[in-house]
Design a protein around this ligand. Structure first.
Ligand SMILES: [Zn+2]
Length: 400
């Protein structure tokens, strides 16, 4: 005879009950686990999280199924004495949420079997959504939405849900959606004219109580199709969230919610086009800047330190400079907290830019390198940027 009579097996809507304390154990957490002779609290199992609530006003934070040893109620607060009678109360909003997700899963799983012969391999209730892994090959959003449509029709037909307790022999004669791994008497959940499956969880009285089912996303995972869905109160919460996001995006475009994707796509295209134009203008600007700098060249060498230019910008300018014959460009930039260097020479000029870059970067506590005609680098020792450039220029003049 099991220690705890499980009241939730016969009535999923029972949330208040009286019971007697049969055992107490201290948990590592410092809290106490209370075992009762009967309980309406559902313990974690079968993909469904534990109920929460109160025992004589003390908070029940989790319930654990300890098999024949009963259901452990982990209590935070004043612990009742052994032998005492306690008043239990299950949080109804949490129970309703879990029943909607769990019953919704039975309906959705059967919809995939009915339409595509695709059985469910696992199920879990997460914080804000649920997951099922199904044997559905070549999934598409259209295929998945057909199952969602069937599931919602079954919900809105408000079919009766009944609990059947049968022997293994009786169960063997029935068209169960999945085999049970339990021994002895089996608890079956029947959704009128639609689904029959062994299960120990809490379910709605009728399918209408599930409200609705919506799929958030799906992906292929480990050879199966993983579907993330929401039912009942979670579907409404998810709709509110999705609607808020969509409306916020639409407001950025001063348009209606449903027109936002079109405006966003248009803006992405414009952005790409603008980038192309900016790159073209940068080429022109670098050419004009190069002409000015060439006027300052001594022996065909240009040295210049800029503020706030990135490596790409320095390289563009260097390319514009060395398109002129017999030209060497030693360029530097203080780019936020980093010193950046780009050294380049035209094909007919002499000097090893790679070697110069390595020497210069050692002064910056940084790294750099490249080819004999073009090298780049940098370092964090930004105060030495003048020294690094002077050093490179000295080496260049000495070697030439
Ligand atoms: Zn179930």
């Amino acid at each position: 005879m099991p220690v705890t009579e499980r009241l939730y097996y016969s009535d999923s809507h029972l949330i208040e009950f009286e019971a007697r304390v049969v055992d107490l154990t201290d948990r590592v957490s410092g809290w106490t686990a209370v075992v009762l002779d009967r309980t309406a609290f559902y313990p974690t199992g079968g993909g469904q999280p534990s109920d929460m609530g109160t025992l004589n006003g003390a908070r029940v934070v989790e319930c654990i199924d300890d098999g024949d040893n009963g259901v452990l109620h982990v209590v935070q607060g004043a612990t009742p004495a052994r032998g005492a009678t306690v008043h239990g109360r299950v949080d109804w909003s949490r129970r309703l949420d879990h029943m909607q997700q769990h019953t919704g899963q039975h309906i959705l799983s059967q919809a995939f079997v009915t339409l595509f012969n695709a059985p469910t391999r696992s199920f879990r209730v997460l914080d804000a959504s649920c997951q099922i892994d199904i044997e559905l090959n070549n999934p598409t959003t259209e295929i998945i939405e057909r199952a969602v449509e069937l599931a919602n029709n079954v919900i809105w037909e408000d079919r009766a849900i009944t609990i059947l307790n049968v022997t293994p022999d009786q169960a063997a004669e029935l068209p169960l959606r999945k085999e049970s791994t339990r021994e002895g008497e089996l608890r079956l959940i029947e959704i009128e004219g639609f689904d029959l499956t062994p299960c120990g969880g809490t379910h709605a009285y009728r399918t209408g109580e599930v409200g609705m089912i919506a799929v958030r996303s799906w992906e292929r995972a480990k050879g199966l199709t993983r579907i993330e869905f929401v039912a009942g109160v979670r579907a409404l919460a998810d709709y509110r969230k999705a609607n808020k996001s969509a409306r916020e995006v639409a407001a950025l475009f001063s348009t209606g919610r449903d027109d936002a994707p079109q405006y966003a796509a248009q803006m992405v295209e414009e952005h790409k086009e603008q980038n192309r134009r900016i790159r073209a203008l940068e080429e022109i600007a670098a050419g004009a800047e190069a002409e000015k700098l060439l006027a300052t060249a001594s022996n065909g060498i240009i040295t210049q330190i800029f503020d706030g230019r990135d490596a790409e910008s320095l390289k563009k300018l260097a390319h514009a400079l060395i398109s002129n014959p017999s030209t060497i460009a030693l360029l530097a930039s203080r780019d936020k907290d980093t010193a950046r260097l780009v050294f380049a020479r035209s094909a007919d000029a002499s000097g090893d830019m790679n070697a110069l870059m390595r020497e210069a970067c050692s002064l910056l506590d940084g790294r750099g390198g490249g080819k004999p005609d073009l090298a780049q680098g940098g370092g964090k020792n930004i105060d030495k940027i003048d020294d690094a450039l002077t050093h490179a220029l000295t080496l260049l003049n000495r070697d030439s």
